[in-house]
Design a protein around this ligand. Structure first.
Ligand SMILES: CC[C@H](C(=O)O)C(=O)SCCNC(=O)CCNC(=O)[C@H](O)C(C)(C)COP(=O)(O)OP(=O)(O)OC[C@H]1O[C@@H](n2cnc3c(N)ncnc32)[C@H](O)[C@@H]1OP(=O)(O)O
Length: 300
């Protein structure tokens, strides 16, 4: 009785967290002092995170630091957080493509930053900071796709798992290299990988630091498809076309659809069903619903 009371309370609290925007996994109650690590990250400048948003509700987020195979400097980590906040507040948004600049995806943290922040405390705080951001990215009410061109390595491989889907270009690879540098994933990538491909397959990819080519990624259900083009422009167009299959219709309906899926993915059955009811209430009688009913649709 007592256990089920606490379980219910926990689920209700989690429900509320999922409904709010900008809520992080870690805060001062977990001993995480965000402002301290932000001050440190500011010192490692370079590269950028660029966001473009089109009139059809599709955003393209580009990890841009080609000199270092799009590795994340400190300021890029900070910029990613800002862009996620912007996307959380994008009312017209429906879909998001994440890609790397100049024909490669991302090689994780800038190893110069890793070296400079080598104390256990700095390492753990940096990971908590990014894990917060990637958890919010994963929970965006947008359908997200990682467009993997070239290499997605280390934290770059982890970033792909924060998206709903992965599309790979011919010759590209995803590789969790952490073991090779004496680490385990710290950006939440191991947890998400287990959810995506199961614990046995995840253990093989992580403990073997295996190179996952597009064919293997599709067979593991890590990637949806191999795109025909390997060049930047062609593959972006193809990724947009792929995503457009799922983003037709009004933003409020697409966003509600993503939210019911997040609830199903993250909550226990009863809490997820309650959440689905609440989200349903936000679209029932809404403009898209009323308009569709007025047209007496037939779905042949
Ligand atoms: C939990 C996440 C984890 C953490 O933060 O704790 C990490 O993400 S740690 C970082 C994990 N990533 C790596 O260890 C990648 C190391 N780099 C490579 O393995 C290769 O460079 C590779 C496979 C990404 C690309 O190989 P390729 O032959 O195609 O290119 P180059 O090696 O010639 O790379 C060009 C240039 O970029 C530099 N580079 C690449 N990645 C990084 C990085 N993560 N940090 C800093 N610099 C990086 C590379 O050293 C080359 O520079 P150069 O001056 O020409 O040597």
């Amino acid at each position: 009785m007592a256990v089920s009371f606490w379980n219910n309370l926990l689920q209700i609290t989690k429900n509320r967290v999922l409904q709010q925007r900008g809520v992080s996994l870690y805060n001062y109650t977990h001993g995480f002092e965000e402002h301290v690590i932000k001050k440190k990250l500011e010192q490692f400048a370079g590269g950028s995170i660029n966001l473009s948003k089109d009139g059809n509700g599709i955003g393209v987020l580009t990890v841009n630091n080609p000199r270092l195979m799009n590795a994340f400097t400190g300021t890029m980590m900070l910029e990613l957080q800002e862009k996620v906040t912007e996307l959380e507040n994008w009312k017209e948004g429906k879909g998001l493509i994440i890609r790397g600049a100049e024909n490669t995806f991302c090689s994780g943290s800038d190893l110069n930053v890793v070296k400079a922040l080598s104390s256990m405390q700095d390492g753990v705080n940096t990971c908590m900071f990014i894990r917060n951001t990637l958890t919010r990215l994963m929970r965006l009410p947008l359908i997200s796709v990682a467009l993997v061109q070239g290499k997605a390595v280390g934290g770059g491989a982890e970033l792909t798992t924060a998206c709903d889907f992965r599309l790979m270009t011919p010759g590209s690879e995803i590789r969790f290299v952490h073991k090779e540098i004496g680490l385990v994933p710290g950006w939440g990538g191991a947890t998400r990988l287990v959810q995506l491909i199961g614990s046995g397959n995840a253990l093989k990819l992580l403990s073997g630091a295996l190179k996952v080519d597009p064919e293997r990624a599709v067979s593991l259900r890590l990637a949806e498809e191999i795109l025909p083009s390997s060049d930047e422009t062609g593959s972006l167009e193809e990724a947009c076309t792929w995503l457009n299959q799922y983003t037709k219709g009004p933003a409020e309906v697409i966003q509600a659809m993503k939210k019911v899926v997040i609830a199903g993915r993250e909550l226990h059955l009863e809490a997820a069903l309650r959440e689905e009811k609440d989200i349903f209430g936000t679209v029932w009688g809404g403009p898209a619903h009323v308009q569709a009913l007025a047209q007496r649709p037939k779905h042949k």
